[in-house]
Write a protein that binds this ligand. Structure first.
Ligand code: ARG
Length: 460
């Protein structure tokens, strides 16, 4: 079985099923450009320290340029016999340039090679995801400015609690996505270390210059222990964990969008391009995109669990188990990237039904706390004020009216400290305006928070 790079030692070929079972080329060919990039940096260093000649390096560069073009144009012949992206490219290099191609793998193993490729690939993905996160955060902050004084009911337990502004609600998500960006930036710092030089597991006897390879590839430094370098996938776990949290935030937002778009609630309408109809019910316009995003959160969470489980039983150093890291990682990055891209656009195209929001805030005694606070300012201890207002709410509930509908005399009957200034307190506007401190829902605070975020984003 001459096709395989390691074939000399073997007396019989693997079966077709085992070949398919052990091969990764179908999915790891996604890292072809990173593989070429890593090989070139390695070869350049080998030439510099005199392990290969500069002519060898020139040939390798020439061969890799051709291979890069073949891959980009779809002409490259990927072969399952050659197992993975690394062996496929190396074999083609030897075909193209002969002996210099056979010298490329000096002082290197696929173990440090694959770890390097994944890190290069993931670094690029993190940067792309950061761009999308940024655009989503910008959209949310811009929308928050527009809706800074649009009043809606705030909920706890999905029961009307206190009035908030829609801008405030949107900024809550902007905060979550900001933390996500911080987490990914932190993760990137650990992704951005070079495993190459670890070779199979113990390092190599050639006089290599790892720092130079790190510099060429834009890594911040080198992995400090060769055993750890080839077997560490913490960086991938961290990425999947950060991604799972991103998706949890997306999923919570999705849940709200679906709820808000239900005709029973009617707070928003999503643009048609994010919805689909029903094949049977002509009236339907379903919020498919947020529903699907909520669903896709499951698979991203699953990939995190798979990766944790993949690593938990592995002895040092490299084991073939590690080949299972890629598909979940790729799918995680793809899902998060696409989801964020769509959401930035979708949140821009939201139609907000401010009147419905306002009407909903009027139901459910959203300003009851404000009345209690009013009584506290008049000298009543908070617990007593709470009790007084509870009586008032009960009366209103029986009558089917709101607190603001009660006349001054009726209100006075609950506590004679109540005077004509009370009706101002009972309005939705009075309630939100009163929460005027950092993090509060007052329109002025929401505007300040949104502006601060936009400023930070434009300076990044
Ligand atoms: N395809 C392998 C992977 O994804 C590359 C490393 C293979 N190394 C080995 N010793 N079999 O992990």
């Amino acid at each position: 079985n001459k096709a395989q790079a390691w074939s000399a030692r073997f007396s019989e070929p693997v079966s077709d099923l085992v070949k398919r079972y052990t091969a990764s080329v179908d999915f790891d060919k996604r890292m072809a450009m990173q593989d070429i990039q890593g090989s070139l940096a390695h070869a350049q260093m080998l030439a510099k320290v005199g392990v290969i000649s500069s002519q060898d390096f020139a040939d390798i560069e020439r061969g890799m340029t051709i291979i890069g073009q073949e891959i980009a144009s779809g002409q490259f012949q990927w072969s399952l016999d050659l197992e993975d992206v690394h062996l496929n490219i190396e074999k083609r290099l030897v075909e193209l340039i002969g002996d210099a191609g056979k010298r490329l793998h000096t002082g290197r193993s696929r173990n440090d090679q694959v770890a390097t490729d994944i890190r290069l690939w993931l670094r690029e993905q993190i940067d792309l995801i950061q761009l999308q996160l940024k655009s989503l955060r910008r959209t949310l902050a811009e929308q928050a400015l527009i809706y800074a004084d649009t009043i809606m009911p705030g909920f706890t337990h999905l029961q009307v609690a206190q009035p908030v502004t829609f801008g405030h609600h949107l900024m809550a998500y902007a905060e979550m996505f900001t933390r996500d960006a911080e987490r990914l930036a932190d993760c990137r710092a650990r992704v951005n270390r070079l495993p190459l030089g670890a070779a199979a597991l113990a390092g190599t006897s050639y006089p290599i210059d790892r720092e130079q390879v790190a510099k060429t590839l834009g890594f911040d430094g080198v992995c400090q222990n060769s055993l750890d370098a080839v077997s560490d996938r913490d960086f991938a776990i961290e990425f999947c964990a950060a991604s799972a949290i991103v998706m949890v935030h997306i999923s919570r937002l999705s849940e709200e969008l679906v709820l808000w778009m239900s005709p029973k609630v009617g707070f928003i309408t999503l643009a048609d391009r994010f919805c689909t109809g029903s094949s049977i019910m002509p009236q339907k316009k379903n919020p498919d995109v947020p529903e699907l995003a909520r669903g896709k959160t499951g698979r991203v969470n699953g990939h995190l669990m798979a990766l944790l489980t993949l690593m938990k039983g592995q002895p040092l150093a490299y084991n073939k188990d590690n080949q299972e890291d890629k598909e979940g990682l790729f799918d995680t990055a793809d899902t998060v990237r696409d989801t964020l891209t769509i959401f930035a656009d979708m949140m821009k195209g939201l139609t907000v039904h401010a009147q419905n929001m306002q009407a909903a805030a009027r139901q459910g005694f959203a300003t009851a706390t404000d009345l209690a606070d009013y009584l506290v300012k008049k000298g009543l201890p908070f617990r007593d004020a709470h009790e007084v207002v509870a009586h008032a709410v009960l009366t209103c509930e029986k009558r089917g009216c709101d607190l603001a509908d009660l006349s001054l005399d009726e209100l006075k009957a609950f506590d004679d400290r109540i005077d004509s200034t009370v009706h101002e307190v009972l309005t939705l506007e009075g309630s939100v305006n009163a929460r005027d401190h950092i993090g509060g829902t007052a329109p002025a605070q929401v505007k300040a928070a949104a502006q601060a975020m936009l400023k930070t984003l434009s300076s990044q």
